[in-house]
Design a protein. Structure first.
Length: 329
């Protein structure tokens, strides 16, 4: 019919209601999954914050521990008379490397001295067990005595050199961490050295007394009775013949007794020579350690208290982490 609209074709612009495209169901589900994934990612990030706080707590504990260690060894942060803080830096240069090499060498020598002293005790027992000790045993004892003297003089010289270098720096009014470290090491080594030499001196004194007792018993066998004072005077003067010249060699027992008296007397003479040679060195080192006693006691006090500080810091840090975790919840 004339004027009728075409049966097909695109609609005219502006004619009919607007058409909106429909969102497929699959797109909606994909959006939901993305939202859920983002929420899960946010939940996974929360433990990392805990780890960060734990890391911070560990760093805090490390700082506290370092401060306590500084207090124990006498280095770290120090305050002058005006209470102004001074940061002391540990200088780990070539000089300190050489110093610690010396420390290890001295410590090794002191350990060797201690071992030699134990060997001397065994040789003393072997010599006293035999009325007439063999020459090999006596020579071994002499070699040990000479070795101890040589090693002891070496240790003393090295400790003296360290002491002089410390005094020079103190004379220049220098105060540093490495100086305090050297003073602490020197004091520790000096005390250990004196302990070993004191044991050696006690060993020699005990051996001398046992030799003197054997001489007194052998004199009694020959018919001569002496007091302890008379025997001591004889040993100090070295005039053993005063007691033995008029003894009659009328029996084998008497001959054996006189031989042992002579043997023990010779041992005492050698022993007293060794004691005199080491006497000055022993007194010198003993006086040094006595003067250092107050400083060593103070170091031990600081070490004991630093342990308390560290334990307290560990406890406080654990509490801080626990409270911080609860606050986030």
């Amino acid at each position: 019919a004339p004027g009728s609209a075409p049966a097909c074709g695109p609609p005219l612009s502006g004619s009919g209601p607007p058409r909106h495209p429909q969102t497929p169901a699959s797109s909606t589900e994909a959006g939901g999954r993305e939202q859920q994934k983002r929420e899960e990612d946010e939940e996974e990030e929360e433990p990392s914050q805990d780890e960060g706080s734990d890391s911070g707590a560990a760093e805090s504990l490390l700082s506290v521990s370092l401060v306590c260690l500084a207090v124990a060894v006498g280095c770290g942060w120090a305050k002058d008379s005006d209470d102004e803080e001074e940061v002391v830096h540990v200088d780990r240069d070539h000089f300190m490397d050489e110093f610690f090499e010396q420390v290890e060498e001295i410590r090794g020598c002191i350990e060797k001295l201690s071992e030699d002293v134990e060997q001397v005790k065994k040789q003393h027992s072997a010599i006293l067990a035999a009325p007439n000790p063999d020459e090999k045993t006596k020579q071994e004892l002499e070699d040990l005595t000479a070795d101890i003297k040589k090693t002891a003089n070496k240790v003393r010289s090295k400790l003296k050199a360290i002491e002089q270098s410390i005094e020079q720096e103190e004379g220049l009014n220098r105060s540093s961490a490495d100086l305090r470290i050297r003073k602490t090491q020197h004091s520790t080594l000096s005390r250990k050295f004196v302990e070993v030499m004191t044991e050696y001196n006690a060993t020699q004194s005990k051996y001398r007394d046992r030799c003197k007792d054997r001489i007194q018993r052998q004199l009694e066998i020959t018919g001569r009775t002496t007091t302890n004072e008379e025997l001591e005077d004889m040993l100090e003067s070295g005039k053993l013949a005063i007691f033995t010249d008029d003894i009659k060699m009328d029996s084998q027992m008497t001959k054996q007794a006189l031989n042992e008296i002579e043997t023990r007397h010779n041992e005492i003479i050698k022993l007293e020579t060794s004691i005199r040679e080491l006497h000055d060195m022993f007194v010198d080192m003993a006086m040094l350690v006595e003067s250092q006693g107050e400083m060593i006691d103070r170091i031990e006090y600081n070490v004991e208290h630093s342990v308390d500080y560290v334990e307290r810091a560990v406890s406080d840090t654990k509490k801080a982490v626990k409270y911080q975790s609860k606050a986030r919840r």
